[in-house]
Each structure stands twice: as structure tokens, then as C-alpha cells.
Design a protein. Structure first.
Length: 268
């Protein structure tokens, strides 16, 4: 190869490199996204599990929402109060009062308490059983289906299914909310982990229908609401609902409930 050919080749490479540099520079300006330094700092405090329990697509989305004032500093249920306090410090705010939350299964219908209409042998899926009514042998069509879809999505192994009903080990629960989305009957909700009294039923039936289907079910009588001194209990679709912000843990509701479906729990 002659000297002139080497010079030409080098010149061509230089021109190509210059063109690529110009294209990359233009692309950077066209597609540039400003980085919110506040969002980056907040994201660094989040657990990074991208569980979706906060209601956003992932931890980065949650951090952006907090930084832009679209979500509270306590938006992450997994990080808990310690994470919320750190984010509040980054945001220059006072720490928020925050109660630890835990998943809770609103059904007390174990196998021996619920009436079965027949024996079912088929697909072991809560979603399938909910979509195909004949796939659940239980007379109560509102209770736990017992196939464990919630347990399968729990990354903390906090949910087990025993005797036909799911239950949560609240010492392991991080309140990510995955089980809430997995339950087709909407039986699982997040409640304050320190709440002492909880309604353990989700049946929309009342009276005779509930008694015929399950030994342990809310009949919508409203006695608990009438006797609550704080007005913390209301009836919603024939089910007693406790407002934990008003509940003083006096226990009158559990004492007065004729069906004993307001259960006493040890605060975590």
C-alpha cells in the first residue's frame, strides 16, 4: 500500500468519525431528557424491588411522582417509615406519620365452616374458579377459593393456604400489594398492622343465605355499628367495615357481634 493510499484511508476514517460525532451530538440534543436530581436521590432510598405496591410502574416512576409532588413521601409501602423519613429529609419536609400496613384475608371460611355443594376436581386456579362458577364447590361464592394464587405471587412467602383458606404471616409481609391483585374475589386488603379488631368476611349476602353457606359469616345485622362509641363501623354491601383511623380498639364490636366474625388480632 502506497503512502498516498494510507493518507486517503486515514482521511476517510476521520471524515466518518466526524459524521458519527455530529449525528450523535444531534441525537443527544433531540432525545435529551433532563434528569431530575431530586428524583435520583429519592430513587436511591427506595428498595428497588419494582413491586408496584405504590401504584406506579416501578421504583423510578414512584420517585418521579414523589419528586413532582404527585405522591406523598410515604408512597412506598415496602420501605416503611424509615424510607419515608429519609425521603422527607431529601424533600425538605417534616416526616409524615405512617402506620405499617399488612395484607389481610377477609374470610374465615375454612373447610369445616363452609358448606360444599359437590366435589370439584379440575384446574387449580383462583382466577379460573372465579370465572367459572361451577369450578368452586363452596356454597359461598364470595369467600377464599383456596387455590393459592395469592401465595404464588408473594415474594416473601408470607401467605400459606391451610384447610382451604389463605392466611398471611404479617411478620413477613411487606405490603407490596401483589396478593391484592392476584385475588379475583378481592378478599385481601392492606390494613394497619397494629389494628386489633378486623372483620373476617366478604359475603354480600345476608341473613339466611349466609347462615346456609357458612358457619362464620357477616349477616349484615349492623349491631357492631350501632354499638361502636366512635362511629368507626359502617355497613357496606351488607359487610361491616372498620375505619381504623377512628377505631379506639375498645373491643365492643367484637363482643357484640352475634356471628363472632370480628376477630381479635395481636398487633405486629
Amino acid at each position: 500500500m502506497s503512502f498516498n493510499e494510507i493518507i486517503i484511508a486515514a482521511a476517510v476514517l476521520c471524515i466518518i468519525a466526524l459524521i458519527i460525532g455530529i449525528v450523535l451530538s444531534a441525537a443527544e440534543k433531540i432525545f435529551h431528557v433532563d434528569v431530575n436530581e431530586l428524583s435520583v436521590k429519592i430513587a436511591a432510598q427506595l428498595p428497588g424491588v419494582n413491586c408496584g405496591g405504590c401504584g406506579f410502574a416501578g421504583c423510578d416512576s414512584c420517585a418521579d411522582a414523589i419528586a413532582n409532588g404527585k405522591a406523598p413521601v410515604s408512597a412506598c409501602p415496602v420501605g416503611g417509615k424509615s424510607t419515608a423519613d429519609k425521603i422527607a429529609e431529601i424533600m425538605g419536609r417534616e416526616p409524615e406519620d405512617m402506620r405499617r400496613m399488612a395484607a389481610y384475608v377477609k374470610c374465615d371460611g375454612s373447610c369445616e365452616k363452609r358448606r360444599t355443594d359437590y366435589n370439584y376436581y379440575g384446574v387449580s386456579s383462583c382466577a379460573y374458579a372465579a370465572a367459572m362458577p361451577d369450578s368452586s364447590s363452596y356454597a359461598c361464592k364470595f369467600g377464599c377459593l383456596g387455590f393459592g394464587s395469592c401465595a404464588k405471587v408473594c415474594g416473601q412467602n408470607a401467605i400459606t393456604v391451610k384447610n382451604g383458606k389463605a392466611s398471611v404471616d404479617e411478620s413477613l409481609c411487606i405490603a407490596c400489594g401483589k396478593c391484592l391483585k392476584a385475588c379475583p374475589h378481592g378478599l385481601i386488603e392492606l390494613v394497619p398492622a397494629d389494628s386489633k379488631y378486623r372483620v373476617q368476611c366478604s359475603s354480600a349476602e345476608r341473613g339466611k343465605e349466609v347462615r346456609n353457606a357458612c358457619e362464620s359469616g357477616c349477616i349484615g345485622c349492623g349491631i357492631c355499628a350501632k354499638n361502636c362509641p366512635n362511629g368507626a363501623i359502617t355497613l357496606n354491601n351488607n359487610i361491616a367495615k372498620i375505619d381504623y383511623n377512628k377505631c379506639s380498639k375498645c373491643g365492643i364490636c367484637a363482643e357484640k357481634c352475634p356471628r363472632k366474625i370480628i376477630k381479635t388480632f395481636n398487633a405486629v
